[in-house]
Design a protein around this ligand. Structure first.
Ligand SMILES: [Zn+2]
Length: 256
């Protein structure tokens, strides 16, 4: 999971802004070590076809739709023939830095035309809500459906693109949020839970490996090779308990 890739000073202003050189070294390492870097759709279809997934399959994802994905990341991944997915917010197309505060990495965002360029370059598009709210904080089902379902509709209207996959802003979700994502026809959703995915992973709770600015190449190797997968395990356990509790509470309140 990436957010922004662009030139940085000695110290990155955010763990989610990675320098182009650093990003390029990571891509080069994946290619050298024969990782199969495939599109989200390819990985997804293989995972659910019953066919065995090749070992070392990687999907590159970018959250938020920062403009630097086109200017810096796209030329680098093109060298290796990699096709990432970018999860974006269609209501924020073209917003400049400063117009919003709720992102991990403050960056100018892609315009609609720039998003087209990414699609032409082979990138996939996923939904990330219309305006990047904290979905678990929304008060009504209308607001939730507007952000989740409205995002898919807007991507279809603005780009003529059928967004099949979703990523929860800030990685935050609960049973109600998850149901909204299911209801609006997305096929799968990404969390920020750390770890790998198998055919048994809940498809609306897909895990990712967060790559941060402070990760040197050795740390990147460790992450990709699964050094931190146990984090995903424990986070998932506690989250599952929480969701079960919420589902129980929801069904109790429905009975009332
Ligand atoms: Zn985000």
């Amino acid at each position: 999971m990436y957010h922004a890739v662009r030139p940085i000073e000695a110290v990155s202003p955010s763990p989610y802004i990675i320098g182009p050189e650093q990003f390029s070294q990571q891509m080069e390492w994946l290619a050298e070590k024969n990782y199969q870097v495939v599109s989200f759709t390819t990985a997804w279809e293989t995972l659910h076809s019953g066919r065995p997934l090749l070992p070392k399959v990687i999907v590159l994802s970018f959250d938020d739709g920062c403009r630097d994905n086109l200017t810096y990341a796209a030329p680098i991944v093109r060298r290796y023939g990699f096709a990432p997915i970018v999860f974006l917010c269609p209501d924020l197309f073209g917003h400049s830095e400063g117009n919003y505060r709720d992102f991990h990495a403050h960056s100018p965002l892609l315009t609609r035309d720039e998003t087209f360029e990414l699609i032409q370059a082979g990138w996939e598009i996923g939904g990330h809500t219309r305006r990047h709210p904290r979905l678990v904080k929304l008060r009504t089902r209308e607001e939730l459906d507007d952000e989740v379902g409205g995002c898919r509709v807007a991507i279809q209207d603005l780009l003529g693109y059928d967004a099949k996959f979703f990523a929860y802003p800030f990685g935050q979700f609960n049973a109600v949020v998850k149901q909204s994502v299911v209801r609006h026809g997305y096929q799968a959703a990404c969390t920020t839970l750390n770890g790998f995915n198998t055919a048994r992973t809940d498809r609306f709770e897909l895990r990712r490996i967060v790559i941060r600015a402070e990760d040197d190449l050795r740390e990147f190797h460790r992450k990709v090779q699964g050094a931190y997968d146990w984090l995903g395990y424990f986070k998932l356990r506690s989250l599952e308990k929480k969701i079960q509790r919420q589902a129980r509470n929801a069904s109790v309140s429905e009975l009332r």
